[in-house]
Design a protein around this ligand. Structure first.
Ligand code: LLP
Length: 417
């Protein structure tokens, strides 16, 4: 459920007409609904009522400070994958004790920053990272809280690019190495073993893969216990899918009850790292039709947003719904909706029946709140879009549209030229 609805023939974000936002801010623009973010966070949180848990929102999905603040003030923590994300989360006021740090390639300076910040734990993704963490923590006179990210080798049945829990993926430590690595970590002076972690993939639309991986983890947790290695946290990562098109993902409540049933006897504090489930349907990308071309072979609707603004369709062939901001089109037309970028792969919609948009019509690409702005780029020297947060009948620009001057900042022409 989200708060982007028609009132009459106009599309609104909560009580603000998208047309009014574009009139003030221009296009393309990302528009987020605070009520939707809050609703999604609450639904996830309530799904785990009765089980000790922390929701560490995955910053990569949407890292705007205002979005992070919305989640943090509801009691959320964060899952980060870089020093940059830690910086953002701290700026937004996160409690360091609610920060978990995942990622296969943590640099020394990032590890130092996280240790000095006093984050809850590192989700360690390799044998070598264990040694590196111990060494750096020792040098700083700190103890690093750790969980090993294990790779349960479960197929999440999602897009191959966002499948992470298979043996062949670069993530985590394989199950067969895990016990040995826990033993090694236990004997290291500057590490404190706090938990176990897994994240098997993103946009999962079934609960079974989650349950299967918990079952595999439970065996491991039992083996560790027998060795006297007692854990406190079970971090189950993110990955719960959302509806973009006709998918029918489990509701957070169903996901919650399946997981609670599977983990209730473990006595562990659960950690979740949802990203898409919180932010995905809480945002849209609004763009304007610049030109149309009707051809015998194909119709094109050319808009002012491209793959640099919303990369998912070009990158994964992802589906995003499109809705007119004002419904006054004469029916539907089979078309590609494409951007201004000089690449054939620059499409937001390929070969679908869409409203017959005409020049200057505004349209909203739905479900763009997660992995939308955060994956945008400056390709073709295109300033990144503005971001707006709506709250009831108010809206505010939470990130200004970039200017071309911003894009050349830091560049220089050597004296010999
Ligand atoms: N935790 C870890 C360790 C992750 O790698 C991810 C996502 C998450 C949590 C959050 O997953 P979520 O709840 O959002 O599914 N760019 C792709 C998605 C990449 C996901 C990467 N990792 C897309 O646009 O679909």
């Amino acid at each position: 459920m989200h708060h982007f609805q028609y009132k009459g023939n106009e599309l609104y974000a909560e009580d603000v007409a998208l047309r009014d936002i574009v009139a003030q801010v221009g296009s393309p623009v990302y528009v987020y609904s605070q009520a939707t973010l809050e609703r999604h966070f609450k639904a996830f949180d309530e799904a785990f009522a009765g089980a000790p848990h922390t929701i560490c929102y995955s910053v990569k999905a949407n890292s705007n400070l205002a979005i992070l603040k919305t989640i943090i003030r509801m009691g959320g923590g964060v899952d980060i994958v870089s020093g940059g994300e830690l910086y953002r989360a701290l700026q937004a006021g996160v409690d360091p004790k609610k920060v978990v740090y995942s990622g296969v390639g943590k640099r020394d300076d990032e590890i130092e920053y996280a240790l000095n910040t006093g984050i809850l734990m590192f989700n360690v993704e390799s044998e070598q990272e264990i040694d590196r963490l111990n060494e750096i923590a020792g040098r700083l006179g700190k103890k690093a809280g750790i969980a090993l990210r294990v790779n349960p080798d479960v197929d999440p049945q999602t897009h191959p690019y966002i499948t992470t829990g298979l043996k062949k993926a670069k993530f985590g430590i394989t199950m067969d190495r895990a016990v040995e690595e826990y033993k090694r970590a236990r004997d290291m002076e500057n590490l404190e073993i706090l938990g176990i972690d897994c994240h098997i993939g993103s946009q999962l639309t079934k609960v079974e893969p989650f349950v299967d991986s918990i079952r595999k983890l439970k065996e491991l947790i039992g083996e560790l216990k027998a060795l006297g290695i007692n854990l406190k946290y079970l971090d189950l990562g993110g990955g719960l899918g959302i509806q973009y098109d006709a998918e029918d993902p489990p509701l957070p409540a169903d996901y919650g009850s399946a997981i609670k049933a599977e983990t209730k006897d473990l006595g562990l504090h659960l950690i979740f790292e949802p990203g898409r489930n919180i932010a995905g349907n809480a945002g849209v990308l609004v763009a304007k039709c610049l030109y149309t071309k009707e051809r015998d072979e194909k119709n094109f609707i050319i808009i002012d947003a491209g793959m640099n603004d919303l990369a998912r369709p070009a990158l994964y062939g992802s589906f995003h719904g499109v809705q007119p901001v004002v419904k006054d089109q004469d029916g539907m037309i089979p078309a590609d909706i494409v951007g201004p970028i000089c690449e054939t792969g620059d499409f937001l919609i390929k070969e679908r029946s869409v409203p017959m948009f005409k020049q200057n019509d505004l349209m909203a690409f739905m479900s763009a709140g997660a992995y939308g702005f955060t994956m945008s780029s400056n390709y073709n020297t295109r300033p990144r879009a503005a971001e707006v947060l709506v709250n009831g009948d108010k809206f505010v620009v939470i990130r200004e549209r970039e200017k071309v001057e911003d894009l050349v900042r830091g560049e220089s022409i050597p004296a010999w030229l």
